[in-house]
Design a protein around this ligand. Structure first.
Ligand SMILES: CC(C)(COP(=O)(O)OP(=O)(O)OC[C@H]1O[C@@H](n2cnc3c(N)ncnc32)[C@H](O)[C@@H]1OP(=O)(O)O)[C@@H](O)C(=O)NCCC(=O)NCCS
Length: 158
C-alpha cells in the first residue's frame, strides 16, 4: 500500500477496528476470553465513541478501508495513548508512524504538554516506533498485563 489518509474513525468503522484488534492482541489483552473478546472489545469501543475526552482516528487505504487506528484520551493538558494498531498486511508501510504523527498534530493543536503511554516490554515494534518519535521510558510496571508481562511506561514532553 502506497497511500493512505487519516481522519476520524466513525461508528460504522467499528467492525474494521475490531478486526484489527482481534488480529493484533491476545483475547486477555482485549479484556475477554477467546470466545468473549470480540463482544467485550466492541462494548468498550462503543463506550469510547460516547466519551467526550476520547478521540479515535483512522488510517484509510485509497478505497476507504481502515488499515489502522488510534485511540487516545485528553486529560486536561495531557494525552494518554490507549491504542495504536495496524492491520497485519498493512504493517511496515508507515501507517503506525502516520497515526502517531497525527496524534502529535492533535497534541500541538490542543496545547498538550505531555503524551503518556504504556507498552509490553517485549513489544519491540511499538517501542521502536515510540522511541523514533522521541518518547522516553520512565518506568516499568512489573507483571502489569494479564499474562504477567511487564509494562514499559513512556512519555513525550512537548
Ligand atoms: C506497532 C505498530 C502499530 C506499528 O505499525 P506499522 O504501521 O507497522 O509501523 P510503521 O511502518 O509506521 O513503522 C514506523 C517505524 O516503527 C518502527 N517499527 C515498526 N515495526 C517494527 C518492527 N516490527 N520491528 C522494529 N521496528 C519497527 C521502525 O522504526 C519503523 O520505521 P522503518 O519501517 O522505517 O524501520 C504495529 O506493529 C501494530 O499494529 N502492532 C500490534 C498492535 C500493538 O502492539 N500496538 C501497540 C500497543 S502499545
Amino acid at each position: 500500500m502506497s497511500t493512505f489518509a487519516i481522519d476520524n474513525l466513525a461508528e460504522c468503522d467499528l467492525d474494521a477496528a475490531l478486526a484489527i484488534d482481534l488480529s493484533s492482541f491476545a483475547p486477555s489483552e482485549l479484556g475477554g476470553s477467546p470466545s468473549s473478546a470480540r463482544a467485550v472489545r466492541e462494548t468498550s469501543l462503543r463506550e469510547e465513541f460516547a466519551r467526550s475526552w476520547s478521540t479515535l482516528r483512522a488510517a484509510r487505504g485509497h478505497d476507504g478501508t481502515v488499515v489502522g487506528y488510534s485511540l487516545f484520551w485528553q486529560v486536561v493538558d495531557e494525552v494518554h495513548l490507549l491504542n495504536v494498531a495496524v492491520a497485519l498486511p498493512a504493517r511496515r508501510n508507515g501507517v503506525g508512524l502516520a497515526l502517531m504523527n497525527d496524534l502529535l498534530r492533535y497534541a500541538r493543536d490542543h496545547a498538550i504538554v505531555r503524551i503518556l503511554l504504556e507498552a509490553r516490554v517485549g513489544n519491540v515494534a511499538a517501542i521502536a516506533l515510540y522511541e523514533r518519535l522521541g518518547f522516553k521510558r520512565f518506568n516499568v510496571r512489573p507483571r502489569y498485563y494479564a499474562d504477567f508481562e511487564d509494562a514499559c511506561e513512556m512519555s513525550l514532553d512537548l
